[in-house]
Design a protein around this ligand. Structure first.
Ligand code: XUL
Ligand code: CO
Length: 437
């Protein structure tokens, strides 16, 4: 069965095209910065938003019109698998990502739930073999079911913790079966609402224990995916433990887990934390922790996670700049953890939204390559820090300087000469680069 019959394969037509169902910038085989766009970007579809999301919000029912709505239960799950491969094929997207509960319905018992999962995993495997499409990552949904009301890996109840562990175990088996490149932990309800009833130390120790067990089990079954933690500062809990990249890295360091994980960074999570996406990527990169990206954008006028498709060229340019400077995204990719607006309820909107996201990222990639090739920002940064290359600055960097030697220098160095940071000028140059590609 096919679900997007009115849509043909989306092709690259270039900047002059006015066909809304064509790429203007994303040209998968075009080489920029030494690699094809396809290799740089490694796009992925998020199963939950694209095939499960229905446009409902706290004030109203779903609005989405989807060909698979006619089904329920396992039939619905099977229809979504078919829709997924048709969608990826038509958009030329190589990867997808899912939570266990996106792909198959829960049963009455964990046994039944796992059986449902096995049926769909077998179907996915067959389709992946037939199409060459790949799994960027899978994860366990340990936040939707009411049993996780007080957390999963940070549950207040050991029975819930055990259930979560069982879910992770199965998730690792599923990831192995489907050859997932990465396995994600997003701490959906790993946080708290009030300290008045919370043992923060125990919760965090337990979360680390769950990660240890996951590492051990992945080793045991020979699942060699890259483990990723996805930071988010708030939602659904008020205080999420994995607040941002820096907090998550500190947590991993504290528990001796740092070498086993990298980070899956999400743009809207960054802005909720009061950061830019590029800030989060830089923090990860300078700590050797850049793993993968969840591509979306928030609305800065709203204080919640709106998960819009990325259309902001500034952000995608600076994002891709950080990625390129970090040496690329490696085994990660650019996963559209983004949903069409409630008013964009037609199936065509799923295509138009992904085209917008892919073109915006391709444009950003091209601009970032230009920034690097033209030595635009590196030149500025190098010049700004040049005093650390020689004399007293070189002594500081090499570790030769002491407080006494610096005092001696400072006493005879008067006045200190400062230079402008030239921010406004640099931003204009950035504008020019973005609009020139
Ligand atoms: C929630 C979110 C998740 C993770 C995977 O904000 O981003 O969908 O990406 O659990
Ligand atoms: Co995400």
């Amino acid at each position: 069965m096919t679900y997007f019959n009115n849509i043909d394969k989306i092709e690259f037509e270039g900047k002059g095209s006015d066909n809304p169902f064509a790429f203007k910038h994303y040209n998968p085989k075009e080489v920029v910065g030494g690699k094809t766009m396809e290799e740089h970007l490694r796009f992925a579809v998020a199963y939950w938003h694209t095939y499960v999301g229905n446009g409902s919000d706290p004030f109203g029912a779903g609005t989405a019109l989807r060909g698979w709505d006619q089904y329920s239960g396992l039939d619905l799950a099977k229809a979504r698998v078919e829709a997924n491969f048709e969608f990826m094929d038509k958009l030329n997207i190589p990867y997808y990502c899912f939570h266990d509960r996106d792909i198959a319905p829960e049963g009455e018992t964990l046994q039944e739930t796992n059986k449902n999962l096995d049926i769909i995993v077998a179907q996915l495997k067959e389709q992946m073999k037939a199409t060459g499409k790949k799994l960027l990552w899978n994860t366990a949904n340990m936040f939707t079911n009411p049993r996780f009301v007080h957390g999963a890996g940070t549950a207040v109840n050991a029975d819930v913790y055990a259930y979560a562990a069982a879910q992770v175990k199965k998730g690792l088996e599923v990831g192995k079966e489907l050859g997932a490149e990465n396995y994600v932990f997003w701490g959906g309800r790993e946080g708290y609402e009030t300290l008045l009833n919370t043992d923060m130390a125990l919760e965090q120790d337990n979360l680390a224990r769950l990660y240890q067990m996951a590492i051990a089990y992945a080793n045991e079954i020979g699942f060699d995916a890259q483990f990723l933690i996805e930071p988010k500062p708030k939602e659904p809990t008020k205080h999420q433990y994995d607040f941002d990249a820096a907090t998550t890295i500190a947590f991993l360091q504290k528990y001796g887990l740092k070498d086993h994980f990298k980070l899956n960074l999400e743009a809207n999570h960054a802005t909720l934390a009061g950061h830019t996406f590029e800030h989060e990527i830089r923090v990860a990169a300078i700590n050797g922790m850049l793993g993968s990206l969840d591509a979306n954008q928030g609305d800065l006028l709203l204080g919640w996670d709106t998960d819009e498709f990325p259309t902001d060229l500034y952000s995608t340019t600076l994002t891709m700049y950080e990625v390129l400077k970090a040496g690329g995204i490696g085994r990660g990719g650019v996963n559209f953890d983004a949903k069409v607006r409630r008013g964009s309820f037609e199936s065509d909107d799923l295509f138009l939204a992904h085209i917008a996201g892919m073109d915006t990222f391709a444009w950003g990639l091209k601009a970032a390559v230009k920034l690097i090739d033209g030595n635009v920002l590196d030149g500025i940064v190098d010049n700004r820090y040049r005093s650390f290359k020689e004399g007293i600055g070189a002594d500081i960097v090499s570790g030769k300087a002491t407080l006494a030697s610096l005092e001696q220098y400072a006493l005879q160095n008067n006045p200190i000469k400062l230079e402008s940071g030239r921010q406004e000028r640099i931003k204009l140059v950035l504008n020019e680069v973005i609009y020139s590609v």
